[in-house]
Ligand binder design. Structure first.
Ligand SMILES: [Zn+2]
Length: 304
């Protein structure tokens, strides 16, 4: 139930074709539409002449070719990566090889917590474990280019290494998959963690940028209001889970059936992991009990 968020699904982009989204920033959408990627992953080109690329995207020759075409006769000095999902970072080696740009990110892929005994990572296939940045950025660190300055903003939750990027003095934040206009972000253990995710949302709510350019979907023009909707949505989702537990439901599949009405069947697995993310957080806060570690096939009850 996401009707509480005013989603914007208006996006008419021709894949692998550069266009200016706001003055001084171009975007190129990869042709990888899907239930998790909307119409495709969006790569951004910052500046003119000496430029930076944010999120080169998937390892897709057509997309890599389109990005390189868009910056022909320009110099790419920096590549910034928001996180290491396979639709965001695998094009980095090819773009780096052709441009010699320095690669910046928070760090390599890692899970938010260790795997529990007997647990397998359902997200293994989605991670780009080959990615290593040239420079690991700290929260708040600024990289200066020719006519632009980009600041790393750690935003763990969707992945542990997720970093948003503020374009200094331009009122713009590259939000990656942390906040998007078309759908909620997926927070799935063990790579993601709900407590981190909520802390990152609250951190963004205190920032001044009002335009977000996300990894998927259209630009967000009233970002503080939108972040607030995201926070309220997560609190409502948590309340729904507690309500179902109060009604005597104990397992994640039953809770998903009860609260994700009309969900795209391809997203049921992700919805289960999202509920698990909430339950992990609720168990850690002592609000919910389970036997052993919170698990996707575990049983849960309200703490007394
Ligand atoms: Zn992602």
């Amino acid at each position: 139930m996401s009707e509480d968020i005013p989603f914007d699904k208006s996006l008419e982009l021709i894949p692998d074709t550069a266009e200016e989204v706001v003055p001084g920033v171009r975007r190129v959408m990869a042709n990888n539409p899907g239930p998790f990627t909307f119409k495709g992953t969006i790569s951004y080109i910052v500046g003119k002449g000496n430029v930076a690329i944010v999120d080169p995207g998937p390892d897709d020759p057509a997309h890599i070719g389109a990005l390189l075409d868009a910056v022909r006769n320009e110099t790419v000095t920096a590549i910034f990566v928001t996180h290491t999902h396979r639709d965001h970072s695998p094009a980095v080696p090819a773009i780096k090889r052709e441009t010699g740009a320095t690669v910046y990110a928070e760090g390599p892929h890692r899970a938010a917590r260790p795997l529990h005994i007997g647990e397998h990572n359902p997200l293994d296939a989605s991670a780009d474990r080959d990615f290593v940045p040239d420079v690991a950025l700290k929260d708040g660190q600024v990289i200066e280019g020719d006519g632009w300055a980009i600041q790393g903003v750690t935003t763990p939750g969707h992945t542990a290494n997720h970093m948003a990027y503020a374009l200094k003095d331009k009122n713009i934040l590259f939000a990656g998959d942390h906040v998007m206009a078309w759908a909620t972000s997926i927070v799935a253990p063990p790579d993601g963690a709900m407590s981190d995710y909520m802390a990152s949302l609250n951190k963004l709510a205190k920032r001044s940028e009002t335009i977000y350019l996300p990894g998927h979907g259209p630009a967000i023009k009233d970002a503080p209001r939108f972040v607030n909707y995201y926070i309220l949505h997560r609190k409502a989702r948590e309340a729904s889970i507690l309500h179902r537990l109060g009604k005597g439901e104990t397992d994640i599949p039953s809770i998903v059936r009860a609260i994700y009405i009309g969900i795209d069947p391809r997203l049921t697995g992700a919805a289960g992991l999202s509920v698990l993310a909430h339950l992990e957080d609720l168990v850690a806060r002592g609000v919910v009990e389970t036997d052993g570690q919170p698990a996707i096939d575990g049983t849960f009850r309200l703490a007394r």
